[in-house]
Design a protein around this ligand. Structure first.
Ligand code: GLN
Length: 506
């Protein structure tokens, strides 16, 4: 089971764990590391990953890390570069959330996730493109021109440049795959960490809802939004997630009062006797042969590792699409009402009166997909339709969560595909929003239930049209079982090398 990784000692091929070691042992300086990644980000501008780079800021942070390392007060992740999805507000870099509405916006504070990673010594490389307000599955919906370009462009998948990287955290996954950053942050509302991780062949984890603070994350659907890391391996993700999670009770009312946990300490547990639930609904019609084959092979590896496969059922899987596409737009329509041209970001230049200022500002500032969601959301929340749509959706959401609890009586974690196919062509579904929504079918259930989910690379497509594109497998755990997911992914990665494979040209 080899994916022919290219062994290399280049800085950009080092894992977070090895980079941390090299920095601490002073084999390389934080400034050298940061400069190396900044240069790569500039020279691979064709991917469209970065929407903000600021060398002075990055190098100043790197110099501070070097000073701490030199005087013996090194922080655990001192000098490791990280790039943030442009949905996290940052005081040192502009934050756009991929929207014209926030073009040029500078936050007076850092998101909690950003400051927690900085508190470990991580150096911010820049901000990464995303679908506007994190709405999308392809990263084709950003209104912001990437660095090196004069107009908005779709982010490209490093494995095949005519393919989407997935979305909405598409650039977060593409940047890790192309070795433009050893680690990135993403957010997942309905799959936006797991699906791009799968499409770009990297590892990503969305923790239990409430584990990572939402403070300073530009809000999309507040009852679903969660932050998480992306990196090449589960081991690296464990380090990052440990830093990102933790209570933030004063600033996020849905933050869990759950102490910080070091997920890195739990990676080596044996998988002997682990019961892996295989939901029949995840393996039906519509699943591509490439995805099925890679997942079947991965499950065999899990059996070799001592796990037992248990057939389970998540009977309301199909309903997760209509339920999510009612609840998420409903919350989005409410969250986005704050963009009125008064307090933040864009304001129309020409208008007649106050009402016209609101209307023109919003008509100019939001893109098509965002407007579509605002309209759907407003509709399902309006008098007369609230009971028929929103309330019904909430009831089914509860049932979906209950279905998982029944499943977890029979298994310790659940495995299945992340998406029905590998990455599709740029433009292929861009005129068909429903086709995009349908592709979220396997990530939405865990999001609606608030469960942690991880995506790990398990193979490559073999069929001619898609040959060489990565396939990801999803692991879903019960509440607060992030350690178990990371442990299961790490054991698989000790046995295989899909996570080390590298796209040609990077
Ligand atoms: N694709 C889903 C959507 O468009 C999920 C996005 C996300 O997780 N941010 O809403």
């Amino acid at each position: 089971m080899t994916a022919t990784p290219t062994p290399s000692h280049e800085l950009h091929d080092l894992s977070v764990v090895s980079l941390a070691q090299a920095l601490r042992q002073k084999q390389v300086s934080a400034v050298e590391v940061a400069s190396h990644f900044l240069a790569r980000s500039r020279s691979h501008a064709e991917l469209g990953c970065f929407v903000a780079l600021d060398e002075d800021t990055t190098l100043a942070q790197a110099r501070a890390a070097d000073a701490r390392i030199a005087n013996g007060s090194a922080l655990p992740l001192d000098g490791i570069p990280i790039a943030h999805k442009d949905i996290f507000v940052t005081k040192d870099f502009v934050t756009t959330a991929g929207s014209r509405m926030l073009q040029g916006y500078r936050s007076p504070f850092d998101a909690t996730v950003v400051s927690q990673l900085a508190a470990q010594g991580m150096v911010t490389l820049g901000k990464l493109n995303c679908d506007e307000f994190a709405m999308g599955s392809s990263n084709e919906n950003s209104a912001i021109a990437p660095v090196g370009s004069s107009q908005p462009e779709a982010v490209r998948n490093p494995w095949k440049l005519d393919r989407i990287p997935g979305g909405s955290s598409g650039a977060s996954a593409a940047a890790v795959a192309a070795r433009l950053a050893p680690a990135t942050t993403g957010t997942d509302t309905g799959g936006s960490i797991r699906q791009p991780a799968a499409f770009c062949g990297v590892t990503g984890i969305k923790p239990t809802y409430g584990r990572a603070s939402r403070y300073g994350m530009v809000a999309f659907a507040s009852s679903l939004d969660q932050a998480g890391p992306m990196a090449r391996s589960a081991q690296d993700c464990a380090l990052l997630l440990s830093a990102m999670c933790g209570p933030d009770l004063d600033r996020d009312s849905t933050s869990l009062d759950q102490p910080k946990e070091d997920f890195s300490l739990q990676l080596e547990q044996s998988l002997a006797g682990l019961r892996i639930g295989i939901p029949q609904e995840f393996f039906g019609e519509g699943l591509s042969a490439d995805v099925r084959m890679a997942i079947d092979a991965a499950l065999k590896h899990y059996e070799q590792l001592g796990a037992r496969l248990v057939p389970i059922s998540l009977p309301r899987t199909e309903l997760s699409i209509p339920v999510y596409y009612i609840i998420a737009p409903a919350e989005a329509s409410s969250n986005l009402s704050r963009f009125d041209g008064v307090k933040f970001g864009h304001r129309a230049k020409n208008y007649t009166d106050l009402t016209d200022m609101y209307k023109t500002t919003r008509a100019e500032g939001f893109g098509d997909e965002v407007k579509r969601r605002i309209m759907i959301g407003t509709y399902v929340l309006s008098h007369g339709y609230y009971d028929a749509y929103y309330l019904q959706a909430q009831k089914i959401r509860r049932m979906i969560a209950d279905d998982f609890q029944s499943a977890f009586e029979e298994c310790d974690l659940i495995a299945g595909p992340v998406a029905p196919t590998v990455a599709w062509k740029i433009g292929e579904k861009s005129d068909d929003p429903v086709a995009n929504y349908l592709a979220d079918i396997f990530t939405l259930p865990a999001s609606l239930a608030g469960l942690p989910g991880l995506s790990l690379p398990v193979g490559f497509a073999q069929t001619e049209a898609d040959q060489g594109l990565p396939v990801g497998m999803q692991l879903i755990g019960n509440y607060l079982q992030e350690a178990r997911l990371l442990n299961a992914a790490h054991r698989f990665q000790q046995l295989t090398d899909f996570h080390l494979a590298k796209p040609a040209g990077f």
